[in-house]
Design a protein around this ligand. Structure first.
Ligand code: ADP
Length: 267
C-alpha cells in the first residue's frame, strides 16, 4: 500500500490566526529508503569476498615462517586492514538494520549490571598494559526492559571509546544508577575531551571531532550513530558533556517505564 509522507508546519499569529503548511515529502522518504537499502546491500555483498580474503590471510599467517621475511610486514598490515573492513561492514549492517527498524527490538528483562561489568572487563582486556583504571559503581537491583544485543553494542561503543580517547594511565568511571526520572549509564573519562562545536554532530555517521586521529584509534566512525539509534529504540537519549583536555562524560538515559526489578529466581 503506497504511503504519502507529509511534513506539517503550523505557525501561530496573534491569538487566532494560524498558518498551516503541508509539504509532500514522500519522494524524500523514498530516497532515504533507497539509500539505506543500497548501503545494506553493498555491505552484504562485500562480506562474502572479504571472508574469503581473510580466510587466506589467516592461513598465510599460520605459516608465517614460510613467508619470505620481506613480505611478513605486508601480511600483518593486510590482516589488520581486513579486520578493520570487517568491523566496518558489521557496523554498517547493524546501523542499516537499526535505522530501518528492521532490527526488531527483542524486549526482555536485561541484567544491565552484568552487561556493563562484562563490557568493562572486555575493555580492560583490550587496553592491555596501558594502565587505564576502570572504576565501576553499579546498582544491582534494577534491570532494564530492552534488547540485550542492542544494549551491548551501545554500551561497548561508549566504554571502548572512553578507553580509546583517554591516554594511558587515565581513569574511566562507569556508573549505572536510577533516580526519579529513570535509569542512567554514565561513562566519564579523563581523556582528550571534545570541543563543544563538535558535540551536536558526533552521532552522525562517520563524523569525527579529529579526523587525523582516526587512523590511530582505528574506529569505524559509526559507533555513536549506533548508540543513538539503540537509545531511540529504547525511548532513551544520549547526553554528552565534555571540554577539550578535561575529559568527557557520555550518559545514556532510559525512561522509568523501561526499568524492571530483577526477576525472582524460579527453580
Ligand atoms: P570512532 O570510530 O571514530 O570512535 P564514534 O562514532 O564512536 O567513531 O565516535 C565519533 C567521534 O566522537 C570520535 O571520532 C571522536 O572524535 C569522538 N569521541 C567519541 N567518544 C569520545 C571520548 N570518550 N572522548 C573524546 N572524543 C570522543
Amino acid at each position: 500500500k503506497p504511503h504519502i509522507h507529509l511534513q506539517i508546519q503550523i505557525s501561530l499569529f496573534g491569538d487566532d490566526d494560524r498558518l498551516i503548511v503541508a509539504k509532500d515529502v514522500t519522494r524524500l522518504f523514498q530516497l532515504e529508503q533507497m539509500r539505506r537499502d543500497f548501503v545494506s546491500n553493498v555491505s552484504h555483498e562485500m562480506r562474502t569476498p572479504l571472508t574469503v580474503i581473510s580466510g587466506y590471510l589467516e592461513t598465510l599467517s599460520d605459516h608465517a615462517d614460510e613467508v619470505p621475511p620481506k613480505w611478513r610486514r605486508a601480511l600483518g598490515t593486510m590482516s589488520q586492514q581486513a579486520e578493520r573492513m570487517e568491523a566496518l561492514i558489521t557496523d554498517l549492517i547493524l546501523l542499516a538494520k537499526l535505522e530501518t527498524g528492521e532490527q526488531h527490538i527483542d524486549d526482555r528483562v536485561t541484567d544491565v549490571a552484568a552487561l556493563i561489568r562484562q563490557t568493562c572487563s572486555d575493555a580492560k582486556a583490550v587496553s592491555g598494559d596501558s594502565g587505564h583504571v576502570i572504576e565501576m559503581d553499579i546498582g544491582e537491583r534494577h534491570h532494564l526492559f530492552g534488547d540485550e544485543n542492542q544494549l551491548r553494542s551501545a554500551f561497548s561503543n561508549i566504554i571502548f571509546n572512553a578507553v580509546k580517547y583517554t591516554p594511558a594511565g587515565g581513569t574511566i568511571q562507569v556508573r549505572w544508577y536510577t533516580d526519579r526520572e529513570g535509569a542512567h549509564l554514565s561513562v566519564k573519562d579523563s581523556g582528550i575531551g571534545i570541543d563543544p562545536v563538535h558535540i551536536p554532530r558526533l552521532t552522525e555517521r562517520f563524523y569525527r571531532a579529529d579526523p587525523s586521529r582516526h587512523q590511530q584509534t582505528g574506529g569505524t566512525g559509526l559507533g555513536l550513530a549506533i548508540v543513538k539509534h539503540v537509545l531511540l529504540n529504547h525511548d532513551g537519549s544520549l547526553e554528552i558533556n565534555s571540554q577539550p583536555g578535561e575529559g568527557s562524560e557520555f550518559i545514556c538515559h532510559f525512561p522509568r517505564q523501561r526499568i524492571t526489578e530483577a526477576p525472582i529466581e524460579t527453580a
